[in-house]
Design a protein around this ligand. Sequence first.
Ligand code: DHB
Ligand code: FE
Length: 309
Amino acid sequence: MQQHLTIESKLISTLDDVTPAVLSAMAGTQDPRLRTIMESATRHLHAFILETRPTEAEFETALQWIAALGHHTDETNNEVVLAADVLGASTLIDLINNDGMQGETMSALLGPFYRGKAPDCSCGDCIARSKTPGPKLFFKGRVTGVDGAPIAGAQLDVWQASPVGLYENQDPDQDDFNLRGVFRTDADGSFHFTSVKPAGYPVPTDGPVGDLLRAQRRHPMRPAHIHFIVSAPGHKTLITQIFSDTPEALAGDVVFGAKQQIVGDFVEHREPHPDYPDVPLPFFTCEYQFRLTPGEPSYPVPPISGTKS
Ligand code: DHB
Ligand code: FE
């Protein structure tokens, strides 16, 4: 009888018993960082549930939504990354880890469409590999340290959506690796490449993230941008995007990724230009200086491989 009572006193009988029971069950976690993160996640998750008091039907809907993130993730789409992005979680993580306080170029989200292994290019190459609409863009720039000293041999991994509104991996009409390429800076830290001017682009809306955006009456648009991963030995790798759009489109970015410091100066040319003979008008030029801070280079794991196996 005595023993029976002791066991019963440990069992959960009210709402207040649940959080301490779960925290105590996890108390043996070996990795201290994992323990800190999971304890905090548990406390906040339980507080959120106690605040909103979901019905069982609502809980079912929530779990189905999370499962659908996985079902809509494959080699060409990463719905989990997209969900983190439209909820603002990725931007919080980005700003915590990249505050720009050393004078380096501000970072921006990696996004779900980085696939890695893009073709090696020479300066001046055009990354529009198949017929791609839109005015031509001549992008040039330099990679320097925060002190302005040029970094030779820095690598720039570049990718962008076609102005039709799709990345190459989403679109059977584009060649493999269209609008993707890897460039290296010259001895003076300079690089240049040719492409098309980027256009605004909707995130995929055929999955659970699209369902949520519609329920929240949110548009799916990202402002026009080009992605860059800039890396060099002895420097912290910079993951960023260079934007070209109206103030309204920048402020309305569905993934909260646009920052003023990384809006590019895209210049429209309506007259022939001696440096760019025989180029159809109008065309655009953009010049940008990427500044890297000293640190350990690291490279992100691509959210997609891009090809269906
Ligand atoms: C996201 C990022 C992009 O660059 C893009 O084109 C679409 C979505 C994102 O952060 O989810
Ligand atoms: Fe993008």
